[in-house]
Design a binder for this molecule. Structure first.
Ligand code: TNX
Length: 499
């Protein structure tokens, strides 16, 4: 039987036999306050009902040793023989724990860890997931639940889409009306909401403890209708466009009205006033505060779908906003359309076209590499978690593709944009837009199991990736997800094991 490991480690050598976990099993540490050891103890308890003690002692057969190494980074090793030994620096040990949790195997009434040697490190430095908290607002606990799920698959960046036409989600002290007015609405009349600065810090703290860097996005210059509910002087009047018409036919609100909430999900109708001094005073204030509460190196400034903006205005805006971001000490990330502009050196592009782009999409993506930046791959026809699995799936949109599990698995990040050097691919991100997503259960239905496929694309060596192997491993992982209380979709093409 294959080991239920996703993403597949770069090196796995199995041997016969297994370590039995019993009430006598202990976790041996050099320091009892070790975070990895307590995460491992919690994971074992959740799955098996055993409660291993954490102790500083010499290891006996059947014990699990958690050992910190000096070497930094995400590399780790797991050895399971007479004892189990986990080794890594802080990040590496976190991943070793996730791997050992997946290795826990039921044998009748007993629990074992199969004998194995694992030596593992990720393929890509940037392994991201995105949650759109703007279309639908998700409270701090739901964001934490999203972190629990995705960090278990070794994702290391959490991109929060904090603003859009339907709502603004972050308290900004210098612009109090954003929280007071712009945050009160959401798509389809759902309840609004926003994160206080303390809420945001709590999300950052929780993400950090799960080895995830928070990437806040303020989407600019489009997707800004909600700002106009608070600061109408800096937004343009809404404009009609094809994107809006195509997406909003089902909704009773073809064109948003200035100063009124927008509850549909059409795109491309809004913009801030690109040449107004007031706009830039606003942006400096807002982005300064966002940068201040963000320990991570990145600030995402949007740049997507400005359908009513002239190319010259768009490019002028992007050049200025990426320069401002650098001035504030952060590396800008922008959706790939921003590649039309003279982005600040080092700006990272996030590519959302499909896996075989024509024309401008690919040109724009290449631009980031030419300006000393790199590209995060989020192809919408394979990596978008908000697209339906199949035409009958009750949740999700379908404008990019129907994405079944195999489609989410079988794509190669370095083979999308012609003539983009492989080293310019910083990594992979799977976005979850929330137009059709209301609850944590909805999130689970759309992310599980596809997020596991994207995790493997992001982590595992290209030459080891194989659908036949993945489908078996992911099926065996279903039991661990159930034990954690993570429901989700269970496509019939996979054999799901129950324990
Ligand atoms: C496109 S792709 C968007 C979002 C929508 C999403 C829905 C991109 C950068 N923007 O505004 O939420 O489609 O699938």
């Amino acid at each position: 039987m294959v080991l239920p490991l996703v993403p597949l480690p770069s090196s796995v050598t199995e041997s016969t036999g297994a370590l039995s976990l019993t009430a006598a099993t202990r976790i041996i540490v050099e320091n009892e306050a070790d975070a990895a050891a307590s995460a491992l103890a919690d994971g074992i308890a959740e799955r098996t009902g055993l409660h291993p003690a954490i102790t500083v002692d010499a290891a006996r057969p059947g014990d699990i040793v958690v050992r910190r190494t000096a070497r930094q980074g995400e590399h780790y090793t797991v050895h399971v023989g007479e004892t189990a030994q986990l080794e890594g620096a802080e990040a590496g040990l976190f991943y070793a724990v996730q791997t050992v949790r997946q290795l826990l195997t039921a044998e009748g009434e007993a629990w074992v860890l199969p004998h194995v040697e694992i030596d593992d490190a990720p393929r890509f430095a940037y392994r991201g997931v995105m949650l759109d908290v703007a279309r639908t607002f998700f409270d701090v606990d739901t964001v934490k639940a999203f972190i629990d799920r995705t960090s278990s698959l070794k994702f290391n960046h959490l991109h929060l889409h904090l603003s859009d036409d339907q709502g603004w989600r972050l308290q900004i002290d210098s612009r109090p009306l954003l929280a007071e007015r712009s945050s009160t609405t959401a798509v389809l009349g759902r309840p609004g909401g926003f994160y206080t600065k303390d809420d945001f810090r709590e999300i950052v703290r929780y993400a950090t403890s799960h080895r995830m860097i928070v990437v806040p996005e303020i989407d600019l210059p489009g997707h800004t209708h909600a700002i106009g509910l608070a600061y109408p002087e800096i937004v343009e009047a809404p404009v009609m466009n094809d994107g809006l018409l195509a997406q909003s036919t089902a909704l009773d609100q073809p064109l948003p009205a200035a100063g009124e909430p927008y509850l549909g999900w059409g795109v491309g109708h809004s913009s801030v006033k690109i040449h107004a001094d007031e706009t830039w005073e606003f942006l400096r204030d807002v982005l300064t505060e966002v940068a201040e509460i963000t320990p991570g190196p990145y600030l995402h400034v949007g740049g997507d779908e400005c359908l009513g903006t002239t190319q010259a205005d768009f490019d002028a805006f992007i050049e200025r906003v990426t320069a401002l971001t650098v001035e504030l000490g952060k590396t800008p990330i922008a959706w790939h359309e921003a590649g039309s502009a003279r982005v600040a050196e080092g700006t990272i592009g996030q590519y959302w076209g499909d896996t075989s782009p024509a024309g401008a999409h690919a040109d724009h993506a290449r631009r980031f590499a030419e300006r000393a930046g790199s590209v995060i791959m989020s192809p919408s026809n394979t990596a978008y978690l908000d697209q339906k699995y199949d035409a009958d799936f009750p949740l999700g949109l379908d404008w990019a593709a129907l994405i079944d599990l195999q489609t989410a698995y079988e794509w190669e990040p370095t083979a999308i944009v012609d003539a983009l050097p492989a080293e310019a691919v910083l990594g992979v991100e799977a976005p979850l837009w929330s137009e059709t997503v209301e609850t944590l259960n909805d999130i689970d239905q759309l992310i599980f199991p596809r997020v596991a496929a994207i995790a493997e694309v992001a982590w595992s060596p290209a030459e080891t990736r194989e659908w036949a192997s993945f489908r078996e491993r992911v099926g065996r992982l279903g039991a661990a997800w159930e034990a954690a209380g993570w429901a989700g979709h269970r496509p019939a093409e996979i054999v799901w094991s129950s324990r």
